[in-house]
Design a binder for this molecule. Sequence first.
Ligand SMILES: [Zn+2]
Length: 800
Amino acid sequence: QGLPPGAQSGPASGVMNDVFSGQKAGMPNNAYPNSTAGVTQNFGNLNLQYSDPNQRSVNLLQERHLLPYEGIEPPKAKLEHDFKKVNCSPEIFRCTLSTMPQTQSLLNKCRLPLGILIHPFKDLSQLPVIQSSVIVRCKSCRTYINPFVTFVDQRRWKCNLCYRVNDLPEEFSFDPVSKTYGDPQRRPEIKSATIEFIAPSEYMLRPPQPAVYLYLLDVSFNAVETGYLQIFCQTLLDEIDRIPGDSRTQIGFITYDSSLHYYYIAEDLSQPKMFVVSDIDDVFLPSPDGLLCNLTECRDLVVDLLTNLPTMFEGNKETGSALGAALLAAHKLTSPTGGRVSVFQTVLPSVGPGALKAREDPNQRAAKNVQHMGPATDFYKKLSLDCSAQQTAVDVFFLNSQYIDIASIACISKYSGGCIQYYPGFHITRNVAQMERFENDLRRYFTRKIGFESVMRIRCTKGLSIHTFHGNFFVRSTDLLSLPNINPDTGFGMQMSIEEPLTDLSTVCFQAALLYTSSKGERRIRVHTMCLPVSNQQTEIYAGADQQAIIGLLAKMGVDRCIGSSMQDAREAMKNAAIDLLSAFSNTLPSGQRMGALNCPFSLRLMPLYISALLKYNAFRVGSSTKLDDRVFSMEMCKSQPLAQFMLTLYPSLYPVHALDDRNAVSKGDQVVAQPQLLQLSFANIDRHGAYLLDAGDHMYLYVGAAISDKFCSEVLDAPNFQSVPETMNDIPELENETSERLRVFINYLIDQRPFYAPLTVIRDDSRARMQFVQYMVEDRTESSLSYYEFLQHIQPSIK
Ligand SMILES: [Zn+2]
């Protein structure tokens, strides 16, 4: 009895290094029995001797119900009340270990990765903004004064990162309202872990740049055929007065096929003038100015251009795409100011500088040895660094149906603080779901907040050291990230080590400072400070471990491993992460408790499940057909998506929605929103009589069981029974009854919690599209992958 296809691993290919320490670890190539899950036990019965529920252990082979009703909450740092009250929101700042190990050797013993995840420019409903002539910072390490400093007396404060005692400027204790000197603790800097300063002139190297937006639009034969231009122009027309900026805002357009087309827009013209430049090997600008125009002064001409663009290239027979030349032109055009370049690309760039070749072998999509995950050329990386130096970020929207080489093109965004979006199979009429996503995402993209000419620095308590960064930026010096643009939908990750023992410390702190120019031309500094307790107890480190943050960081590390080594190696390292944790934890237990069990700390009980999901995730799966662009895009998302959004794509939320009621419901505005139970991703939880909503982040699916009631079909889907539910439904109708309204309110509530849109597809139990839903049931076995239970059995013999 051998392993099922795709499960083979083993040390055959030589040395495998594990993620954390480079230790050798091999996998036994054994067979495993087909036994089923044992008795289900309630957590309540387990290890009652612990007062902290997170210090319990769980036998994963017995306990199959791991997900709480309402989902996983991030752990709360065990701090004294005053610090706990003001600590930074876990939606912004979180650490893989919410209790910090005192030493590197304790960290090694725990076998967990140490790092932080940050979503620094997230939209916030409340943000204290301070305009102060003096920004109080530590004289020695430049840390901003924050809620976790200590006041030696009314005039002096002790830095919580380097422990220097600093004088407090008089202004800090002066209350302009009462005109008296008072308690410094009432200052907003001391009362909030997230705060924004309006920066004085010493925080700028040049006058704040205006908002500059340049759009690069592919208008080749294929691009015109997709119809994207129509959506782009209409959405920009709709939102033109909501684009972030002021009276100085500049905007420009370049279209391209195998030539570049510039648009000269100036106040005194009756309509925009197009220049065609067909020499793409020596890119020059046909006019020194007028190619970027002032949006306020030239609004009518911009509207004119956007109105005409969709029809201007109708019938274009030119199939070439000179993306590289267009980017070189964009770099030249924006270099005096910096700004944001947005690229809309539908085909593989085929002519001029940066031209690419189709590298993907479609016969190798299920191969274990994945090829071409890295860029084919350094053209895009080099240009990205040049853009970064001039404060220009490049964002790319991929709207392709054929291989486009995201691995190469995405480099233009990776080093310039840009972002990428992907709409595979985009077509304005033939792919309604992608069309809807594109339109809604664009609306968000055009109108979301933006910061220009930005840098971010992460400081941490002495003894801790940040060594690896993940995300889209350029590292200017060891802890300074250069971000030509910062957008509110991007996340970052950092790996750390403990360089010096944190002996005698009860807490450590992290502080991220994001300096940027707002779209209104103000220099601002957003500061987030997080405080964590320190412990020398392994059980406490486990109790405070944040399983989702760990998985988020492991995914980032896995991507680096894929590119730097191989897919096999990355997969092996992920499996070893589970094996190492379970081995290390098992060693803390008395031997009697270990026999025949797979013990896991309660706080980390989902980690092996999430790792088995990672091995089936688009980015890392082998054995089942995965297009190279899909895989590479998924890898990019591992690197730059904020954790909450990433978790939704890795382990989507599954809800039964056939019997929504007001139990546990929450109020949102004047609406009552049903809160159905979260289910684990297995067909064991799917009943033929039910209907299930799967929220996978960028898509939602309503799965309708074959024995669903006629009542549900008519009330929700406007069909008399299951048989008459249409094969393709891209939305649910707005019907006036309680069942329909409850479900629609719930779906809208989920959509409102994310920046980007998720189209809904209704999938009948017998539909041809069924696999779209089935692929998310990651706990079940497939032809090429293990079930979660099989995965546990597979790793069990390696656990020492
Ligand atoms: Zn300091």
